[in-house]
Ligand binder design. Structure first.
Ligand code: ZN
Length: 285
């Protein structure tokens, strides 16, 4: 597959064909007959809906990829529907490029909609050329679309057990420990701290296995495996409903492989804890 090349405003993507990621609120507008694909259009917009604002995303081979916004209360004509990005990400067979472009569109639209006046002095921003940032000329403050790193980690014992947690409302499903990176912290320090805070144990041999964009609202989930070192389980009762060890032949319900948590579990279930990497949804050659 051709690589996706980003384009930054005020440039517009060029191509023989044009596709449009149209956001209505937090949802993507799609054709009911192609619910996991962007709308088809021409250089000025999609054929099936009138857009309010244009965002250049990039090119992929001879395809120009655009994003656009319609009003949150915009009525959709017959043949169109709005899908939530979570639904899109779990759609069977959705292409990783479509998830990446839709996530990019959602985050750019949100940034440019939410940030209009300077955080420091209150004057209107102007767009900086050739990237997505805004600048306040009176006070020289600049702001760029945020990306917030969060770690997600599978705690294993080096043998046949993993320490999983569940939250109220998850039913019988268990998952991995996760949390936001704090200011001044490395990913590895964040893994050790989150594990200590949420389940009360110490880990070592912290190993990176891959990452996933998670646009709710603007995280990148950074995945790790970590080996149990010491301590008894003591869960953070404000965050978790339970945390316990599971043997590989008696696993609970766990997240699907479309989520990074499911993919990290797959690495462990395949006994690839020293070499395995997640694959498929972030980067592929
Ligand atoms: Zn300012």
């Amino acid at each position: 597959m051709e690589p996706f090349i980003r384009v930054y405003p005020p440039k517009r993507p060029q191509g023989k064909r044009h596709v449009w990621y149209v956001m209505r609120g937090e949802d993507l507008v799609v054709d009911v007959n192609a619910p996991a694909e962007p709308l088809v259009g021409d250089p000025h917009g999609p054929q099936s809906i009138t857009i309010a604002q244009h965002f250049p995303l990039g090119t992929q081979g001879d395809v120009a990829v655009h994003a656009a916004v319609v009003a949150a209360d915009c009525e959709l004509s017959e043949g169109l529907q709005a899908v939530n990005l979570r639904t899109l990400m779990n759609h069977p067979g959705v292409a990783p490029d479509v998830v990446a472009a839709a996530s990019n569109a959602k985050q750019l639209v949100e940034f440019r909609t939410l940030h209009r006046f300077c955080t420091r002095c209150g004057k209107p921003y102007r767009a900086i050329e050739n990237n997505w940032g805004y600048r306040c000329d009176p006070c020289a403050f600049e702001i760029f679309p945020p990306v917030s790193p969060a770690i997600i980690v599978l705690i294993h014992d080096g043998l046949d057990r993993v320490l999983l947690t569940t939250k109220t409302g998850w039913g019988n499903r268990y998952s991995l420990v996760a949390g936001f990176v704090e200011p001044g912290e490395s990913f590895e320090a964040c893994v050790a701290r989150e594990v200590r805070e949420e389940v009360g144990v110490e880990v070592h041999q912290i190993r990176y296995v891959g990452s996933q964009n998670w646009p709710f609202p603007h995280q990148v989930m950074v995945g790790f495996l970590a080996k149990y070192k010491s301590g008894d389980i003591q869960i953070d009762a404000e965050e978790l409903a339970d945390g316990r060890w599971f043997n590989r032949d008696a696993m609970p319900a766990t997240p699907p492989s479309t989520a990074i948590s499911g993919q990290i579990l797959d690495i462990w279930l395949r006994r690839e804890i020293t070499q395995g990497m997640i694959a498929g949804f972030d980067y592929h050659e």
